[in-house]
Design a protein. Structure first.
Length: 178
C-alpha cells in the first residue's frame, strides 16, 4: 500500500534487525517503557511474533518505508470493543518532525473507514509525549479520556512496573465512510 510519500508492507523476518534497533532506541522508547532495552533473544520470543501476526487483509502491523529507507511501523488492531480499532506507530528518530507519522496515521484511519465493522479508531499516548499528541490531533483524533496505567506492559514493549508518573491519554477518531 502507498500514501503520498510512504510505502507500507507487512513485516517479515528480515526486518528483525531494524525492528529490534527501533525497540532499543532509548529516545524512541522513552514514552513506551521509559527507554529500557530488550535483548535480541527476548525480542525474538516475546515481540517479533506480534509484529509478524496478520490480523486481517488491511489490519495488523505494517512497515513504513520512504523509498528504500526503513522508517518504523504502524499498526491498526482490533480491540475488545469489536467496532473500535487501535492505532499504534513507532518511527526512528531521523523520521521525526517530517510529517511521516501524521501521513501514515491519516492513511490508516482512511483504510479503517473502508471497513464496515469499524466505527472508531483509538490511540493512546503519554501526556508529555507532545509529538505523538500532535500526530493524533493532526490526523483527526480527539482527546476523550485521561487515565493512569498501573501496568504499562503491552505486547510490543516489555518492562516491570510503571515507567513514569503521569497520565496516559486516550484519543479517538470517528471514521467517516466514503
Amino acid at each position: 500500500m502507498r500514501s503520498a510519500r510512504l510505502t507500507y508492507r507487512r513485516p517479515v523476518q528480515a526486518d528483525r534487525e531494524n525492528l529490534h534497533a527501533l525497540d532499543n532506541d532509548p529516545a524512541v522508547m522513552r514514552w513506551v517503557n521509559g527507554g529500557l532495552s530488550i535483548s535480541l533473544d527476548r525480542f525474538d520470543v516475546e515481540i517479533m511474533p506480534t509484529y509478524l501476526k496478520v490480523e486481517t487483509e488491511w489490519a495488523g502491523f505494517w512497515i513504513i518505508e520512504a523509498g528504500e529507507d526503513f522508517l518504523g511501523w504502524i499498526s491498526l488492531r482490533r480491540t475488545e470493543n469489536l467496532d473500535v480499532w487501535s492505532l499504534g506507530y513507532r518511527l526512528i528518530q531521523k523520521a521525526w518532525g517530517r510529517g511521516y507519522a501524521t501521513e501514515a496515521a491519516a492513511f490508516f484511519v482512511g483504510q479503517a473507514a473502508n471497513q464496515p465493522e469499524v466505527s472508531r479508531v483509538s490511540a493512546t499516548t503519554y501526556e508529555k509525549n507532545v509529538g505523538s499528541r500532535r500526530v493524533l490531533e493532526k490526523s483527526g483524533f480527539k482527546l476523550v479520556k485521561r487515565f493512569r496505567l498501573k501496568d504499562t506492559q503491552s505486547d510490543t514493549s516489555i518492562q516491570a512496573g510503571e515507567a513514569w508518573d503521569g497520565d496516559d491519554l486516550l484519543y479517538e477518531c470517528l471514521v467517516v465512510r466514503r
